[in-house]
Design a protein around this ligand. Sequence first.
Ligand code: G3H
Ligand code: 13P
Ligand code: ZN
Length: 333
Amino acid sequence: MAVHYKDLGLVNTKVMFQKAVAGGFAVPAYNFNNLEQLQAVILGCVESDSPVILQISKGARSYANQTMLRYMAVGAVEMMKEMGGNIPIAVHLDHGDSYELCVDCIHNGFSSVMIDGSHLPYEENIALTRRVVEYAHEFDVSVEGELGVLAGIEEEVSAERSTYTRPQEVVDFTKRTGVDSLAISIGTSHGAFKFKVKPGQAPPPLRFDILEEVERRLPGFPIVLHGASSVVPEYVEMINRYGGHMEGAVGVSEEQLRRAAHSAVCKINIDSDCRLVITAVVRKVLTEKPGEFDPRKYLGPARDELTKLIKYKNEVVLGSAGHGREIMAAINS
Ligand code: G3H
Ligand code: 13P
Ligand code: ZN
């Protein structure tokens, strides 16, 4: 065992989810790949006293180096304390695609892993997920599984598609795998182009009927919503104004996310929104100051804007603000 998450000052997701289910809010899971994104997540979550899940994809891991990421997570915990914060921080593998990757992350200080067997036949998904759960639980690491496939970035989401989670499978899947949380597919997709809609048209509503049926069959069980960026129009407009081309980018409305957070959804995954803010601000600064070449001068303002967005999401959309200290107290009691 190289390093255990508890030695890094991290927590698993167990108490976070218990509190989120009982309190009708969702814990934010923000992806990060670099220093400025991580700083913004910590600043925004400490300033809003929110629990947080720092989410690392396989791609992020190879981009930033696994050892570097481990030290960044330690740095995040120390920075949080130095700021006078006392919020629970989990480090989670996003969309783990193999047993070996999950094991490696567990050995490298992750407190939670997702094993995404959603593309596999049902029985294979169960077998793989069960294997990861057995190993992870030896180290008190949480495991997220997935049932139902999220539509691809370019694919149209329509009610006819058979990629939604089948509520009749959720009890069998959670019982046989022993997962701590379950990601479901109710009409969201990854990326900044979630729905194909004509200008002025509202995107189709999420399948809350499926979510409600899952909740009825699994009362109190933590449900996870992927592909939950709002694709904030203000930042898409800024990108387009300063030389980008993101016409037609659209996400999940805040109103629907609020509704999901009040229900069984206790973890909401956000990556694209964080990417959009950074890109929008960097484009603006470099367009307005073409002679600027100090990365601090464009990454700094991008980080500040992302901090604001994270606070806003915690306070106004997910409802996680104000629950950080309370969860830490419960973990330490
Ligand atoms: O769900 C996918 C996340 O947004 C991570 O994306 O694999 O490009 O890092 P990535
Ligand atoms: P978005 O692309 O909507 O931000 O979703 C991120 C996600 O689900 C990461 O797992
Ligand atoms: Zn995802």
